[in-house]
Ligand binder design. Structure first.
Ligand code: HEC
Length: 152
């Protein structure tokens, strides 16, 4: 029979191997090297938010409207990924969804103001939009990256 110390050591070694291969805490499917669709959706949101800032500087309201509508109607991750995100967020999924909802609403308001050529309205609504982006990032970005990308 193993001594209690040896048993503890082999248990620890086993745990270290599991943690190293990301099986302890991470999403089990996360070991694939492929980034989430969410990441490329986010990259596009970032580009469109930049297009809005640029459009505001040039008072190019059609450009602002177009970029805002692309944010409002951004594509969604495939269902399987949504389920992974839901299981990651657990009981906080309601908050995640409500930040997404705020983003869509604010983007629509930006588009509406841009269509009417109301610069101040655009800027006010754009501030709300960025606040919605930021709120979600502040709360979910780091834990999501740790969960899906750093547990390998
Ligand atoms: C509901 C939550 C949520 C909202 C709302 C949200 N984001 Fe994100 N965003 C995330 C998460 C989570 C990540 C980290 C994703 C990753 O690294 O795979 C992220 C990452 C990003 C990135 C970095 C992507 C990269 O290259 O790694 C950009 C840029 C970005 N978001 C822009 C935006 C903009 C602009 C908005 C608002 C118009 C927005 N996001 C709204 C959750 C959100």
């Amino acid at each position: 029979m193993k001594s209690p110390l040896a048993a503890t050591l082999s248990l620890l070694a086993g745990l270290a191997i599991m943690a190293g291969s990301g099986q302890l805490l991470a999403d089990p499917i996360a070991s694939s090297a492929k980034p989430l669709a969410l990441r490329s959706i986010m990259k596009d949101l970032g580009k469109n938010a930049q297009a809005i800032t640029e459009g505001i500087s040039h008072e190019d309201w059609p450009q602002v409207e177009k970029a805002a509508l692309l944010i409002a109607d951004h594509p969604q991750p495939p269902l399987s990924e949504k389920m992974r995100i839901m299981s990651f967020a657990g009981t906080r999924i309601g908050k995640f969804k409500s930040y997404d909802g705020e983003t869509h609403d604010a983007a629509r308001t930006v588009a509406k103001a841009a269509k009417a050529g109301e610069g101040e309205g655009v800027i006010l609504a754009f501030q709300k939009l960025q606040t919605a982006c930021h709120n979600c990032h502040r709360e979910f970005r780091k834990p999501l990256i740790e969960h899906f990308y750093e547990g390998r």
